[in-house]
Design a protein around this ligand. Structure first.
Ligand code: 13P
Length: 256
């Protein structure tokens, strides 16, 4: 399949970085994107969103801003949570929904993730639906079933064909472990996910960007981006090094 999907190179900073580092990483990402044909986005901790928004805007606004999570309720007594509308107001374009750490550390269910997606869409954000299997699920031969259950829950939050969506396949066992999936494993999972989207909306399936995440670094990113169904990367640890993240932002466009 000849793809016209522009690769999206996204950095999820998780709960890392000082305010000064966040500003520096954002400036470096903007610099790296100059001359690249990829899209790029960064997902800073909420505390630094305004700073990073300011840095990205003054660098021309080409690097998109995203939140790492949003609540499944629009507002109210949810101590510690951030609403989708708040993220939109500070300039976010994206929000991660159902990141592995939200599911497995904070106990978010598929219903919570679907609620977050609904809030994101209502606020005008593009949800990045994150799905992935644990090592136990993979070893039990349940990878496809787990992924499709998570995908179905997320797709259920869409209001119509025009709603924006990005999907990220992040096998839990590959996150932060240095043990990335192989491009072949990613290709299989991405194909399952795209086929599932196609069951309800063939046009969406053609245009939806499906990112791979899990121990992506400058040395292995090329193998993933060469897979036709892989449309970018969601990068954790290696995105905290501005030199490495810059190399990855530029990677696909050079084909190096
Ligand atoms: P690592 O790149 O550190 O494995 O993290 C992946 C991830 O969780 C991105 O959201």
């Amino acid at each position: 399949m000849t793809t016209t999907r522009t690769p999206l190179i996204a950095g999820n900073w998780k709960m890392n970085g000082t305010r000064e580092e966040a500003r520096g990483w954002a400036a470096a990402a903007a610099e790296a994107l100059t001359g690249s044909t990829n899209d790029a986005a960064v997902f800073p901790p909420d505390a630094w969103l305004c700073d990073v928004a300011e840095v990205l805007a003054s660098a021309g606004g080409a690097v998109a801003l995203g939140g790492q999570s949003c609540c499944w309720e629009p507002k109210g007594a949810f101590t510690g949570a951030t609403s989708a509308a708040m993220l939109a107001e500070v300039g976010c374009r994206y929000v991660l929904c159902g990141h592995s750490e939200r599911r497995h550390v904070f106990g978010e269910s598929d219903a919570d993730v679907a609620g977050s997606m609904a809030q994101a869409l209502a606020a005008g954000l593009t949800p990045v639906l994150c799905v992935g299997e644990t090592i136990e699920e993979r070893e039990a031969g349940r990878t496809q079933e787990v992924l499709l259950t998570q995908v179905d829950a997320g797709l259920g939050a869409l209001r119509g064909a025009d709603d924006p969506l990005v999907i990220a396949y992040e096998p839990v066992w590959a996150i932060g472990t240095g043990k990335a999936a192989t491009p072949t494993e990613a290709a299989e999972a991405h194909a399952w996910i795209r086929a599932r989207v196609a069951e309800t909306d063939a046009e969406r399936a053609e245009r939806v960007r499906i990112l791979y995440g899990g121990s992506v670094n400058p040395d292995n990113i090329g193998g993933f981006l060469d897979v036709p169904d892989v449309d970018g990367a969601l990068i954790g640890g290696a995105a905290l090094d501005p030199v490495k993240f810059g190399l990855m932002i530029r990677h696909a466009s050079t084909g190096a």
